[in-house]
Design a protein around this ligand. Structure first.
Ligand SMILES: Nc1nc2c(c(=O)[nH]1)N[C@H]1C(S)=C(S)[C@@H](COP(=O)(O)O)O[C@H]1N2
Ligand SMILES: [Mo]
Length: 413
């Protein structure tokens, strides 16, 4: 036994002495190796050997709501205006609701669903007010899709995690009524080409949306991952526009006004209009461009020489992920990563690539192509196309440097 200090090994020792004395454990004499190389006796569950063995006392009784294990320390990283999903700590593709990123322009309002109403008016045959109860009576739809803030990019130093770099994206199963169902109910006029979506928070957040998106796949959502929306996500109702920049998915939705032109609201003129090049700006850049990021190995985790399963997520606001390529030699060559089903439309999709690391310094990167043929650009390509203003809709390829000691660092370009 190399390290005699570990508690487990001491206990194993104690048990084998007992075995020699002819106790109940005498049958269990064969030795096995644990995955980490420790020698243990076969036929005895490790948990039995712990002084506070969970098998020795009745556990906590069933409760009204579940809780996360106290051993799990995953948290969002809040600033005043937003908090970020810990992408590096997730398994699979659904973001636990309490770890969904948050972005509020004036905090989270407290809204009594019994008092909340949604007004739909403007270029319609019959303006109507819907209570939350009314909305729930219509045929419902559910779909799994991501929601991403258009300002989802950080860079500038090596000690950034996936959460820091692009934690303003999360994925849920959203349930609600199709906006097209409500459009039919109020009789949207043929000349209506835009609608205003307005929230009932202190920001009175407003955005203009082309009516086409409303007919297409917009949802007035009242549920998320099987339960009512979280207050942070827009309780009791929000607009959800699959694949579009997060700010268009207006939370705490209280009003929709149909019009034949955009409303040019404060948010969309002052903020969500982005400088591109040579003094030009682009407006109504709704689609989220395809992006991927390796979430393991990634800072602050470290790695050991040998087999490593590279893991990450990829997504596109324009459709499905077609393929993800991974490079383990700083972008010289690229290999196809395996995509984990389900590969859904406008949804985070998990990828993996098994790699043998020989311990020399290298860089690992991922690059997604979506079903429209769009290929995730490098930061250099983005700056060439848009000018040197790192602003909204930045989705560059992310590189991680693996150092010989197993440290993993973000590589800012
Ligand atoms: N009413 C209202 N809706 C809003 C916002 C807001 O501040 N008020 N923020 C928007 C922005 S910028 C984003 S990115 C998303 C964030 O949604 P989430 O907090 O559910 O992640 O909501 C959008 N909808
Ligand atoms: Mo946002």
């Amino acid at each position: 036994m190399k390290k005699s200090t570990s508690q487990l090994e001491q206990l194993t020792g104690r048990l084998s002495r007992r075995a020699m004395l002819g106790g109940a454990a005498t049958a269990a004499v064969a030795l096995v190796q644990t995955a980490s190389g420790k020698t243990l006796q076969q036929g005895i569950a490790v948990s039995e050997l712990l002084p506070d063995a969970p098998t020795k006392q009745i556990g906590t009784l069933a409760g009204e709501v579940g809780t996360r294990s106290t051993f799990e320390k995953v948290v969002k990283k809040p600033s005043d205006i937003s908090s970020r999903s810990p992408l590096q700590d997730f398994y699979g593709i659904i973001t636990p609701s309490d770890l969904h990123f948050e972005r509020h322009h004036a905090g989270v309002p407290v809204i009594d669903p019994a008092k909340h109403e949604l007004l739909i008016h403007g270029l319609v045959d019959k303006p109507l007010v819907f209570t939350v109860g009314d909305l729930k009576r219509f045929p419902s739809v559910s779909r799994i899709a991501f929601l991403e803030c258009s300002g989802n990019f950080r860079s500038g130093k090596e000690t950034l995690s996936p959460q820091d770099i692009c934690g303003l994206t999360s994925q849920s199963e959203w349930t609600g009524v199709k906006l097209s169902t409500l459009f039919r109910e109020v009789g949207v006029k043929p000349n209506a080409s835009w609608f205003l979506a307005e929230g009932s928070d202190a920001a009175i957040m407003t955005r203009s949306i082309p009516v086409k998106k409303g007919w297409d796949d917009a949802i007035v959502a009242y549920a998320q991952n099987g339960e009512a929306l979280r207050p942070e996500q827009g309780y009791p109702v929000r607009l959800f526009l699959p694949g579009w920049e997060g700010n268009t998915s207006v939370k705490w939705l209280r009003r929709i006004e149909l019009s034949d032109q955009p409303f040019m609201t404060r948010e969309e003129t002052s903020k969500y209009t982005e400088p591109i090049k040579e003094g030009k700006y682009r407006q109504f850049s709704f689609d989220i461009d395809a992006r991927s990021i390796i979430t393991f190995p990634a800072y602050p985790k470290t790695v050991e020489k040998g087999w490593i399963e590279i893991r990450g997520i990829a997504w596109s606001g324009r459709g499905k992920v077609a393929r993800v390529e991974v490079s383990t030699d700083a972008g010289k060559s690229w290999q196809l990563a395996a995509l984990q089903k389900p590969i859904l439309d406008k949804a985070h999709t998990a990828f993996r690539y098994v790699w043998h690391w020989n311990g020399t310094e290298t860089e690992i990167l991922s690059r997604v192509t979506d079903e429209t043929g769009y290929v995730q650009p490098t930061l250099k390509q983005l700056i060439e196309a848009r000018g040197n203003t790192i602003g909204y809709h930045f989705n560059p390829i992310t590189a991680w440097r693996i150092k010989p000691d197993g440290t993993v660092l973000f590589k800012p370009e």
